[in-house]
Design a protein around this ligand. Structure first.
Ligand code: ADP
Ligand code: ZN
Length: 615
């Protein structure tokens, strides 16, 4: 095992890197700048935390939000990494203590608010110490094209350039638009950065759009099915937040609220209630969220449609960060479009931008709103729609969104598949897709007749099929490996050996096809299939582990997910570790967590085993 993997296990308790992580780490270790675009929850932090542990000197992480920094530092401290933050939540005394500790080389990782970078005291200190890496978290905040633009982020470059030795710079974001990407590279002056964009898919999220009215009744129905779970409900306005929160409280839900109209103190209190699970529902405007690391959010409901797909995916993506199955539900009403149009038209001018740029940004906003609306009205796969928006090429059926479950059906297509395959064979495996389709559909064309292909027994045997359906079927046959196309200027369709079984009828062939057009009213909302069913764990044990986690969290004064994620507790239920080695094999358990909490959890499990017999 190399050092990277050792550190991953020792500190974070994971055995394998996720997509993209290892290559980013390698590049940063080699001193190359990097731009890393990964969706929320994909694991960006580890990409700079592991290099931070391996490199000499310290790593500075520039981060826009206090809550985010505090959370990350708690997490790191819990796993035994010496880390600290510098932001306005510290008293002057604490601030100086941290600066002193930095000077003494006490920390490997320091989180800094961007506006602190150019303060004289901090700069003086930074010139004396060895900074090996500067990681810019939420790097899209440098771009004026996005909605999260923070003028203080423009100071980062100035800071980097004022150091005697330029550290390696890594920029991290979940925002994928090309313009913003270019801005990050330009504004931070990344030097030939290694750039990586991992897939934007979040396989554990289930997507749905609900168009039934009235919304309140619909919401209560959704809530009743999710009573025990923790979730966020986003509303477009403060007023709506107040109404919805009151509605839920009246109906016996432990709901709290968050919007910019509340006092700073109340916001902080409400956020803490939610993060520490004292209240399990948060009703909020989009002011709530960036930097909320609460990983056990199991649903995000949008009471109103947000203004664009970027915002939607970011907000909805706060569900299931622990990797558990989670749901993203959008309640769409036509008036949401109008509200958003007004918001764009009347948005306060950004004093940082010239009039012309302002107008361009506004046009872009309208365009984005249009796509958001399309998402709400499409009958196509919702996940596919989002991924395409971010420039990916997803399959047109994901099987895990409301549209795939209600708008598509599985049909047996063995017979048409046999027809297609035998046509390819009869025609001597010499023609491309178009010609094969023409033969099957019984079309006339000069070349076809000249070649005598209209004499084939397969000529016209699919004349009742639509051209599109036929092409879709051919695509499926290719995807399943029954057919393949040769390369070159004139690609030729050929059959693969596996087609024999299908032709003999020894196997069957099914495809997903869109159902006949349904009106939107008929479009029913369905709960996700319980994909985790096969992994169902002993709920009683799981509950006991949760109670223990809660006690330990209260004692340590941290949110429970900082102790262990639900994924880790689930894994414990499955593995029921009673020895140190077994405990270490649980995903999310590293050395520190073993030492701190291992005994508590293992004795609970032992006791449980004795009481329940060792099935
Ligand atoms: P991001 O910053 O990209 O939104 P985080 O860094 O917060 O995501 O990571 C999201 C979750 O994934 C965290 O709970 C983290 O511990 C977990 N995680 C990260 N890397 C791995 C890995 N290699 N294996 C398993 N879990 C991981
Ligand atoms: Zn789908």
């Amino acid at each position: 095992m190399d050092q990277k993997h050792e550190l991953l296990k020792q500190y974070f308790g994971y055995t394998d890197f996720r997509e993209g992580q290892e290559s980013i780490i390698n590049e940063l270790l080699n001193g190359r700048d990097a731009l890393c675009i990964m969706p929320t929850g994909a694991g960006k932090s580890i990409c700079y935390q592991i290099p931070a542990l391996m490199l000499e000197g310290i790593t500075l992480v520039v981060s826009p939000l206090i809550s985010l920094m505090n959370d990350q530092v708690s997490l790191l401290t819990q796993v035994g990494v010496r880390a600290a933050y510098l932001n306005s939540s510290l008293t002057l005394g604490q601030y100086h203590r941290v600066l002193g500790n930095i000077a003494n080389g006490q920390y490997k990782i320091v989180y800094v608010a961007p506006e602190r970078l150019m303060t004289e005291e901090f700069l003086r200190l930074c010139r004396r110490i060895h900074i090996s890496l500067v990681a810019v978290d939420e790097a899209h905040c440098v771009s004026q094209w996005g909605q999260d633009f923070r003028p203080s982020y423009l100071k980062i470059l100035e800071f980097i350039e004022s150091l005697d030795i330029r550290p390696t710079v890594g920029a991290f974001t979940a925002t994928a638009t090309q313009k913003i990407r270019e801005d990050i590279v330009d504004i931070l002056r990344l030097q030939e950065p290694f750039t990586i964009t991992t897939g934007f898919d979040r396989p554990n999220l289930f997507f749905s759009v609900i168009r039934t009215k009235p919304k309140n009744a619909q919401l209560l129905k959704l809530m009743a099915e999710r009573r025990e779970k923790s979730g966020i409900i986003y509303c477009a306005t403060r007023k709506k937040v107040e109404q919805v929160c009151a509605l839920l409280c009246e109906n016996g839900y432990a709901a709290t609220r968050y919007h910019a109209g509340l006092s700073e103190q109340e916001r902080r209190q409400n956020q803490a209630d939610f993060v520490y699970d004292a209240k399990n529902v948060m009703v909020a405007t989009n002011a709530f969220g960036m930097g909320i690391d609460k990983s056990n959010v199991s649903y995000v409901i949008h009471y109103n449609m947000p203004k664009n797909i970027e915002s939607y995916y970011q907000e909805a993506g706060r569900a299931g960060r622990d990797g558990e199955e989670a749901e993203c539900i959008l309640m769409y009403g036509a008036s949401d479009v109008h509200t958003n149009e007004l918001l764009i038209t009347h948005s306060a001018p950004n004093p940082e931008l010239e009039e012309e740029r302002q107008e361009a940004v506004r046009r872009l906003e309208y365009d984005r709103l249009k796509h958001m609306t399309f998402y709400c009205t499409t009958n196509d796969c919702l996940r596919g729609f989002i991924l395409k928006y971010f420039g990916e090429k997803p399959k047109n059926y994901c099987g895990k969104c409301a549209n795939c479950l209600t708008q598509y059906e599985t049909i047996d297509a063995t017979v048409p598949a046999q027809k297609i395959l035998s046509c390819v064979i009869r025609a001597g495996q010499r023609y491309g897709r178009r010609m094969i389709a023409d033969i099957l559909l019984g079309r006339q064309n000069e070349r076809l007749t000249y070649l005598g292909l209209d004499k084939l027994t397969t000529y016209g045997i699919m004349k009742d099929t639509s051209q599109k359906a036929l092409h879709d079927m051919m695509t499926c046959l290719e995807e399943e490996g029954y057919l393949f196309t040769t390369g070159g200027e004139y690609p030729i369709l050929k059959v693969a050996p596996s087609c024999t079984a299908l032709l003999k009828g020894e196997t069957t062939f099914t495809i997903k096809v869109p159902k006949e057009k349904q009106s939107s009213e008929e479009k029913k909302f369905r709960r996700p299939s319980k994909a985790s069913e096969e992994y169902a764990v002993d709920q009683e044990l799981f509950q006991q582990l949760k109670v223990l986690r809660r006690e330990l969290a209260d004692k340590a004064r941290v949110p429970s997910y900082i102790i262990f994620s639900n994924i880790t507790l689930n894994d414990m239920c499955r593995k029921r570790p009673t020895t140190v080695t077994e405990f270490l094999s649980v995903s999310g358990v590293g050395q520190q967590k073993l030492e701190r909490y291992g005994e508590d959890f293992m004795s609970l499990i032992r006791r449980y085993q004795e009481e329940h017999g060792e099935e």
